[in-house]
Unconditional design. Structure first.
Length: 114
C-alpha cells in the first residue's frame, strides 16, 4: 500500500492550500482516514479524521473551522482543504488510516509565512 500526499507549498498567512492523498495497492473505502502533521521538533499529530462513510468528521481544536477533510471513493483519495492558514500550520502533512495502519509516505510540506 502506498499513500502519496501532494499539494503542499509556500503560502502567506491567510492563504489557502488543498492537499490530496491518493492510495495505490488498496481500496480506502472500508477505512476511516485521517490527515496528520508533524512540525519541526514536534510529534506527529492528527488534525482531521473522516469516517469510512463520510458521516463523521472530527478536527483538532486549532484547525476547526479552517480545515475541511473530504474523500472520494471514485478517486480512492482523501483531501484536506486548508483556509486561513497560520504560520503555526507549518509542517509536513501526511495521510493515513485513522489508526495509522498503512506505511507512512513522505508527506507534503506546507510552509506558511507571516
Amino acid at each position: 500500500v502506498q499513500l502519496q500526499a501532494f499539494g503542499g507549498g509556500v503560502v502567506q498567512a491567510g492563504g489557502s492550500l488543498r492537499l490530496s492523498c491518493v492510495a495505490s495497492g488498496t481500496n480506502l473505502r472500508p477505512y476511516g482516514m485521517a490527515w496528520y502533521r508533524q512540525a519541526p521538533g514536534k510529534q506527529r499529530e492528527s488534525v482531521a479524521i473522516i469516517s469510512f462513510n463520510n458521516a463523521i468528521k472530527n478536527y483538532a481544536a486549532d484547525v476547526k473551522g479552517r480545515f475541511t477533510i473530504t474523500r472520494s471513493s471514485a478517486n480512492n483519495a482523501v483531501y484536506l482543504q486548508m483556509d486561513n492558514l497560520k504560520p503555526e500550520d507549518t509542517a509536513v502533512y501526511y495521510c493515513n488510516s485513522q489508526n495509522g495502519a498503512f506505511n507512512w509516505g513522505q508527506g507534503t510540506l506546507v510552509t506558511v509565512s507571516s
